[in-house]
Design a protein around this ligand. Sequence first.
Ligand SMILES: Cc1cc2nc3c(=O)[nH]c(=O)nc-3n(C[C@H](O)[C@H](O)[C@H](O)COP(=O)(O)OP(=O)(O)OC[C@H]3O[C@@H](n4cnc5c(N)ncnc54)[C@H](O)[C@@H]3O)c2cc1C
Length: 141
Amino acid sequence: MQTAKKIIIIGGGIGGAATALALHRVGFEPVVYERTKELREVGAGIALWANATHILKNLGLLEEALRVGYLTTNYQFNSQSGKELVNIPVDTFELPVIGIHRAELQSLITKGKGIAYCIQCEPEYGARVQEGLKQSQENVQ
Ligand SMILES: Cc1cc2nc3c(=O)[nH]c(=O)nc-3n(C[C@H](O)[C@H](O)[C@H](O)COP(=O)(O)OP(=O)(O)OC[C@H]3O[C@@H](n4cnc5c(N)ncnc54)[C@H](O)[C@@H]3O)c2cc1C
């Protein structure tokens, strides 16, 4: 029996876009609905810890993330006068920790080079899904 392959994802943030990409890789047809009208550069940098880079590795995007981001070896906090307060090495994990601009990360997971890009994975911007939906085992109303 043919199973339903279309999946609707509400929200094209990092979570929604990465989920869409992962589902597309295993044969689903995800469609992302995002209420903002266009993808804007939200915030500045984001630290991708080893759990996040593990996901990027599985998506085949780790090398590209390392190219556009910055390999982070230490977390160092200084006082206002410049005195080092704490310095934590973060290069001891199996996978790297990366500092990356949010826009670069979003671009990577929605339009990553070297991947079979699915147009349906591209968020449909300006589409707000009404709240108040009810989900049951059988359907969504
Ligand atoms: C200042 C700051 C710094 C951070 N730094 C880090 C960091 O260094 N490392 C780290 O791992 N995490 C960091 N985080 C946390 C990280 O940003 C979030 O965990 C992550 O962005 C969550 O992604 P998401 O896709 O789940 O949600 P979001 O990014 O919030 O995306 C949800 C999307 O859904 C859309 N949406 C919501 N409702 C609807 C609807 N009804 N219809 C259509 N669209 C809808 C929204 O417009 C939004 O675009 C930080 C967060 C903040 C605020």
